[in-house]
Design a protein around this ligand. Structure first.
Ligand code: GRF
Length: 200
């Protein structure tokens, strides 16, 4: 039986789409059972609705108190019997109850070679702007298990891509995101298959 995955996303949801496509083609031993966003207008939520996947909007507007927000997220995950959580372009920190309930079961994708260009303020295009400004000749993406702070926790996998001399942010972002999508699928598949084989 497939494991159940919840995906958290704040904006475009291209990683979410790659996961939905892979699940739809039985390339991952997972079913996406819930998509959560802090942004009620996100394309990620539209992508989920298009495939009749349950969605939920949780934010400081829906839940002004952080503890209630955290508890409501855990309840929604439990109700959907979620086994794994993927943060795919999710711009908020998870609360302590969610982190504890799903310890070692929450993955985050980051569009850089962590620990470089990670943490508060390094998100989306800002990451690629910083890489270009640094003169680094390579960038990439990282998938890691999630701990309390932004972009922290044990690293699971990385992929490297070149930074070209004529790159701009759009070109570098597109190259990193293409590699990142493949990395997320491979890492999720490997991790979940390993746990399934161990009969968790
Ligand atoms: C990804 O590069 C992810 O690593 C970062 O935000 C981007 C999300 O892209 N945190 P999308 O919303 O999946 O298109």
């Amino acid at each position: 039986m497939n494991a159940k995955l919840a995906v958290f996303a704040s904006h475009g949801g291209s990683i979410l789409q790659a996961v939905l496509d892979a699940c739809g083609q039985n390339e991952l031993p997972l079913d996406v059972v819930l998509v959560i966003s802090n942004n009620s207008g996100s394309i990620a939520l539209d992508r989920a609705r298009e495939q009749q996947i349950p969605t939920a909007h949780f934010s400081s507007q829906t839940h002004p108190h952080p503890n209630t927000l955290d508890e409501s997220i855990v309840s929604a995950l439990r109700q959907a019997q979620v086994d794994w959580v993927l943060l795919a372009g999710y711009m908020k920190k998870l609360g302590p109850k969610t982190l504890e309930t799903y310890r070692n079961r929450i993955l985050n994708a980051h569009p850089a070679l962590l620990p470089k260009y990670g943490g508060h303020g390094f998100y989306g295009r800002k990451v690629h702007e910083a890489v270009l400004a640094s003169g680094d000749r390579e960038s990439g993406a990282t998938v890691h298990l999630v701990e309390g702070d932004y972009d922290t926790g044990p690293m699971l996998s990385q992929v490297r891509v070149p930074v070209k001399s004529d790159d701009n942010v759009d070109a570098l972002e597109a190259r990193v995101k293409a590699a990142e999508r493949k990395l997320v699928l491979a890492t999720l598949g490997e991790l979940v298959n390993r746990k399934l084989a161990a009969g968790y």
